[in-house]
Write a protein that binds this ligand. Structure first.
Ligand SMILES: *Cc1c(COP(=O)(O)O)cnc(C)c1O
Length: 468
């Protein structure tokens, strides 16, 4: 009896808190829009800069998805960011759910990270010689992800995956690799077969400029499909030929997709059986879904891991690493060559240390609770609207898919209504919410977001859904 009473009192308190918050966020949202002069679709300064940029850069941008081709319209030029907010050149403010495509787990211009970068910069920006900070960061990474027994710093996720594959081929003395349909691992030639992210969104599955020879040893298999994976391993032509299987354990580049429970353990078993190295590309999921990445979440040990995004604290930094015997083939210890003038750059490493220092278990609990609020809130909006949509989420990463069937692989991701996403994207942008400008991408929440920020996103979505 007493328990029931206590419980209902608690439920009432929760309900009251939710009502209070919804009211607050309504006020917050309205004042936010007033500060932006209401709807912000008029962006003359951005438009002018875009026209100049088009004279200089292909498509006016320095990375394809930034061009808004997947949602229509022209890109917004940003000039500053503070916490969870960014400002465009026309003076509009947006709540940012792009987070620079993943790195900014503490939001923009985090004071501790900036202080670390400034301190590092004032004592020299690059040496081309070993520095003590590299050891500090590497030890922190290995403590969080013990499978990285030995590692190497590079300057981007692309470099990390490209190098990891070279190492796998050098170690196994085999040529072929398996990648996932819609998996994105940066833009190295061998991995630009059926790639996700911009290559997918812009409909460039094969990619011109990548020769047939470059992808001749790349086998592409759908995600979450163990039969297809087994068949790829068993095929006569591939027997004892597969150096590595590279996979995003939680794919984030065909929108956010989750592995089925048995999937990753079975990949581990298949790789063991066929003496193939298992490479987890955790460039997005590493230090995003938890301190130990997806490998800790799912309890599966890869042979090699690639990191990027969060570990650079917003500066260019990548990592590949794993089993000590495998990493032993890397020059100068072994015959596999890989190098970089700016590898282990002092500023990037300092930003990485400052990030990892603060990224404790409490931080991940906060991120997960913010993510939960957003998922619940959007879920209610979707149910009330009757529009076919669903939210897929892990911690602070999510995708709002405009389809009502579960997205488990590229084929199901492609069922999503990209035209409707484009309308949603622009309606939200005009209300001051900056999302990734493509349906098949993951959005990110940072520790600079507050519960009110999340609620104001939900309030805006509620306003937008009936217009879709
Ligand atoms: C972003 C990304 C990359 C590429 O990293 P860059 O730093 O853009 O080269 C590789 N793999 C995954 C899973 C990514 O999300």
């Amino acid at each position: 009896m007493d328990g029931v009473k206590r419980k209902s009192a608690r439920t009432q308190a929760q309900q009251a808190e939710r009502t209070r918050r919804a009211r607050l966020s309504q006020v917050h949202y309205i004042s936010f829009r007033m500060a932006n002069n209401g709807i912000t679709s008029h962006r003359p300064a951005s438009q002018g800069l875009y026209e100049r940029a088009c004279q200089l850069f292909p498509g006016g941008v320095n990375s394809p998805v930034r061009a808004f081709k997947a949602v229509g319209g022209t890109p917004v030029f940003l000039h500053s960011g503070q916490g969870a907010r960014v400002q465009d050149v026309d003076g509009n403010t947006y709540l940012d759910f792009l987070g620079s495509w993943g790195p900014l787990i503490f939001g923009h211009a985090d004071p501790d990270i900036i202080a670390a970068i400034v301190a590092a910069a004032s004592s020299g920006t690059s040496f081309g010689a070993p520095t003590p900070r590299e050891i500090d960061l590497a030890e922190r990474i290995r403590l969080a992800m013990p499978t990285l027994e030995k590692l190497r710093f590079v300057s981007s996720g692309t470099e990390a995956t490209m190098s990891a594959l070279r190492v796998a081929r050098g170690f196994t003395k085999r040529s072929k690799i398996i990648k996932i349909d819609g998996g994105y691992h940066g833009h190295a030639d061998t991995l630009l077969a059926a790639a996700g992210s911009g290559a997918l969104t812009l409909g460039i599955p094969g990619s011109a400029g990548v020769t047939a020879a470059a992808v001749a040893d790349t086998i592409v298999v759908p995600f979450n499909d163990l039969d297809a994976m087994e068949a790829a391993f068993e095929a006569e032509a591939n027997r004892d030929q597969i150096a590595a299987l590279i996979v995003e354990p939680i794919p984030g580049n065909m929108g956010l997709v989750l592995p089925r429970p048995a999937y990753l353990p079975k990949l581990r078993a298949l790789c063991d059986h066929h003496k193939t190295l298992l490479i987890f590309d955790e460039v997005i999921s590493g230090f995003r879904v938890g301190r130990g990445g997806a490998q800790q979440l799912f309890g599966v040990r890869p042979d090699l891991t690639c990191l990027g995004k969060v570990i650079g604290g917003g500066l260019p930094l990548g990592v590949y690493g794993g089993r000590a015997d495998v990493m032993g083939v890397v020059a100068p210890e072994g015959p596999v060559y890989q190098a970089g003038t700016l590898s282990g750059n002092p500023l990037a490493v300092a930003a990485g240390i400052a990030t990892l220092k603060k990224l404790d278990d409490a931080a991940f609990r906060t991120l997960d609770s913010l993510g939960g609020m957003l998922e619940d809130g959007l879920g209610r909006v979707i149910r009330r609207s009757g529009i076919k949509a669903r939210v897929q989420r892990v911690g602070s990463m999510f995708t709002l898919f405009f389809t009502d069937t579960e997205v488990t692989d590229l084929a199901s991701a492609k069922q999503a209504d990209t035209t409707r996403f484009g309308r949603f994207f622009h309606a939200m942008l005009d209300r001051g919410f900056y999302l990734p400008p493509a349906q098949l991408e993951a959005a990110f929440i940072s520790l600079a977001h507050t519960p009110d920020d999340i609620e104001s996103f939900v309030v805006a979505a509620k306003e937008v859904f009936p217009t879709l």
